[in-house]
Ligand binder design. Structure first.
Ligand code: NDP
Length: 268
């Protein structure tokens, strides 16, 4: 974690009373909130009233911009550079968010690497890095967040439709890490349920982001992937964020240990 990052200055902004929403008074941390699905989740949680911290790895300018939008909407925001592959950075970001907001109610484990290559292609190095970012980081973030959370806490992780249906060769490593989140989520639900903290997993389907553009001009597989969905279209990041906001809110209070497909029927 780079504590000297200029984007951290956003945490100094005053809390406004405007924009009360269902998550008003709550504080959230979204990993990988500078772009794509994570940025949409950060914006929608803030729109619902939460103060939001977000992590990023490289895109300081984009992360600062998302934090600025959140502040412009009247909530507090904090952007923290924290490589999910670095255990100390992950734990540090969680503690930093809780310290900045004085509490932590919602953790969204969004960061996920998408290595493409068959079992013949990818070895120990890629395995270790992918497992560190996609599995170890969510586990450590949940562990750190649980120390700050009280009754009503929410841990929401972002899995993948590929955990349910691995449709192409070359996805073994990605698929195995996303499947691991199912076991983690069920375990967290049991470990933290007695404290009133829920843990759930959202499996997005193909979602129009830098990692998986819907435009065939930028992604030769886009039309094939679109064809696997029942709805015949990619998700936009907001489609995934809507499910996360639901789970984070009061309506999600009795949902725990669940895996929810928000995949346009990809796995139907
Ligand atoms: P993007 O590539 O669009 O965004 C990735 C985000 O994660 C960025 O904010 C990026 O920060 C951050 N990030 C990447 N690596 C690290 C790291 N090591 N440490 C900290 N932050 C990091 O991804 P998506 O929005 O498409 O994906 C988000 C999640 O959704 C992932 O878990 C992915 O597996 C899952 N998913 C996506 C699908 C899709 O079709 N898009 C389908 C199913 C699941 P920076 O900008 O600094 O690089």
């Amino acid at each position: 974690m780079n504590t000297n990052d200029r984007s951290d200055l956003s945490s100094k902004a005053p809390l406004s009373d405007s924009g009360k929403g269902p998550l008003s008074g709550k504080a959230a941390l979204v990993t990988g909130g500078s772009r794509g699905i994570g940025a949409a989740i950060a914006r929608r949680l803030a729109e619902a009233g939460a103060d939001v911290a977000l992590t990023y790895e490289r895109s300081a300018g984009l992360a600062t911009a998302v934090a600025g939008e959140i502040e412009a909407g009247g909530r507090r925001a904090l952007a923290v550079r924290a490589d999910s592959g670095d255990p100390g950075a992950v734990t540090g970001a969680v503690d930093r968010a809780a310290e900045a907001f004085g509490r932590l109610d919602i953790l969204v484990n969004n960061v996920g690497l998408f290595p493409v290559g068959t079992v013949e292609d990818l070895g120990a190095e890629e395995f270790d890095r992918t497992v560190a970012v996609n599995v170890r980081a969510p586990y450590l973030a949940a562990r750190a967040a649980a120390r700050h959370m009280t009754d009503g806490g929410r841990i929401i992780s972002i899995g993948s439709n590929i955990a349910g249906r691995t449709v192409f060769p070359g996805l073994t490593l990605y698929s195995l890490t996303k499947t691991a989140l199912t076991g983690m989520t069920k375990g967290l639900a049991r470990d933290l349920g007695p404290r009133g903290i829920t843990a759930n997993l959202v499996h997005p389907g193909p979602t129009n982001t830098d990692a998986n553009p819907a435009d065939p001009a930028h992604n030769p597989n886009a039309d094939t992937i679109r064809g696997f969905t029942a709805l015949g279209r990619y998700a936009e990041p907001d489609d995934i964020a809507a499910a996360v906001v639901y789970l984070a809110g009061d309506g999600g209070r009795y949902v725990t240990g669940a895996s929810i497909e928000v995949d346009g029927g990809f796995t139907a």
